[in-house]
Design a protein around this ligand. Sequence first.
Ligand SMILES: Nc1nc2c(c(=O)[nH]1)N(C=O)[C@@H](CNc1ccc(C(=O)N[C@@H](CCC(=O)O)C(=O)O)cc1)CN2
Ligand SMILES: Nc1ncnc2c1ncn2[C@@H]1O[C@H](COP(=O)(O)OP(=O)(O)OP(=O)(O)O)[C@@H](O)[C@H]1O
Length: 179
Amino acid sequence: MDKKQLRKSMIQKRLALDTESYQQSCLKIQKQLEELKAFQEAQSIALYMSYRHEVDTRALMAKYFGKKEIFVPKCVGDDLVFYKIESFDDVAKGYFGVDEPITNITRNINDIDFVVVPLLMFDDQRNRVGYGRGFYDRALKNYPHTTCGIAFSFQHIKDTEPHSLDVPLDMIITDEKIY
Ligand SMILES: Nc1nc2c(c(=O)[nH]1)N(C=O)[C@@H](CNc1ccc(C(=O)N[C@@H](CCC(=O)O)C(=O)O)cc1)CN2
Ligand SMILES: Nc1ncnc2c1ncn2[C@@H]1O[C@H](COP(=O)(O)OP(=O)(O)OP(=O)(O)O)[C@@H](O)[C@H]1O
């Protein structure tokens, strides 16, 4: 299968998860994430606004609003710009139906302590494949702190055939293990 086909089938697999297993897996992943020292020590965290059965990030946000600074991305041209949000009133549907921030406090991603990264597929080397627009590869090019992918275990594949611009993540948490 080529990458395009693989992406499609992975999106389908994720959407096909029943509510019960989706919620259970998300809970397990969130718990592991909260146990990371890097997460606990981070004052500021970048998260994505989960959509269409991506690993849920909203429960985590709801829990940490007011305790840590939460930043979420907005697609601006080819770039991601991160805005601070303090509640779910601070987002509205944007790019491809993904919720985006409607606030005006931005921060350079390099100054955010910890980044949780969405992904479609990953391999043992922690290379990731996303929707294929390179947003996170560009954003994380010079990122100096910890990056953590979150995904369901079935999103693991043998080889993502990374290209030179792909930025491997520092860790990837699934419902089964941490890579
Ligand atoms: N929740 C979330 N937010 C994110 C990302 C992400 O992967 N997940 N991104 C990561 O870079 C950026 C947005 N990137 C995106 C790139 C392409 C498509 C897209 O092509 N959607 C199509 C096809 C995918 C599908 O079938 O689900 C569509 O919705 O029709 C969506 C978001 C920033 N925000
Ligand atoms: N650092 C970069 N600078 C410029 N272009 C880049 C960079 N990283 C990736 N790209 C370009 O972005 C496009 C998509 O890359 P890739 O297939 O790795 O996306 P992806 O990681 O699957 O998607 P995403 O990051 O949006 O979730 C490619 O054409 C690639 O050349």
